[in-house]
Ligand binder design. Sequence first.
Ligand code: NDP
Length: 250
Amino acid sequence: MNKIDLDGRTAIVTGGARGIGLAVTQRLLASGARAVMWDVDQAALDAARRSLDAGEVLSAARVDVTDPDQVRDAVAAAVNGHGKVDILVNNAGIAGPVLKTWDYPVEEWRKVIDLDLTAVFLCCRTLVPHMMQNGYGRIVNIASVAGKEGNPNASAYSAAKAGVIGLTKSLGKELAESGVIVNCVTPAAIRTDIFDQITQEHIDYMLSKIPMGRLGLTEEAAAMVAWLASSECSFSTGAVFDLTGGRSTY
Ligand code: NDP
């Protein structure tokens, strides 16, 4: 009874080849789910498959989630391959440059919004009709505390993640009576390869804001996502789940 039960469920994890996505994939597999990792990095996908060593319950596809056609084809392939998809974890994301808003290049802004917000919309709009048809689904969006509080020198990222929170709330209400539940999590800083995209000063700033005085762990994010992806999460939708070591006060 104390194991999160995902037996018979199939999950798609975007950006699943490394970092939080990889930990989520591992945790979903450990809970009995079949998992499909999507990522743009084929070498990282191959390495992740080798390290997870999960056999036929794990598959991987090179998918750029900012491309609507690739998302459509990959959803069709996942549904055909597994019969159904029950869980979508919208995790793929980038930090973007650490710059003041007035110095932020427009192209960089668009790139961050495109992946961190619009791709979440694309994956949801493509998969939701299938989940509605099944009368069951769990969508977990990986937002960020930056979307609640706004990190200085990360306005595109903060705006995109605030957008993910808003999208989660809207979609959760739209689907409230459908059996499809939509929630998001708002982690504070967790050491992954995404740190390579930002400055040490920015990492120090994020750490200084965490009352527990430490960074989060990918496993801690995965544990929360696994519960949100399960049928035990049944009376929460359109909600925002905190993962900040005490930083958030709401
Ligand atoms: P990582 O950089 O470790 O992993 C992100 C993965 O997404 C990478 O494998 C990356 O591939 C992949 N990816 C990038 N672009 C695309 C794309 N267009 N389509 C599909 N996959 C893509 O990041 P994290 O694990 O740290 O972050 C995961 C999520 O968690 C992100 O949404 C992030 O914003 C969020 N988050 C992270 C926090 C942290 O401190 N780590 C805190 C709060 C939220 P490649 O490396 O080849 O680009």
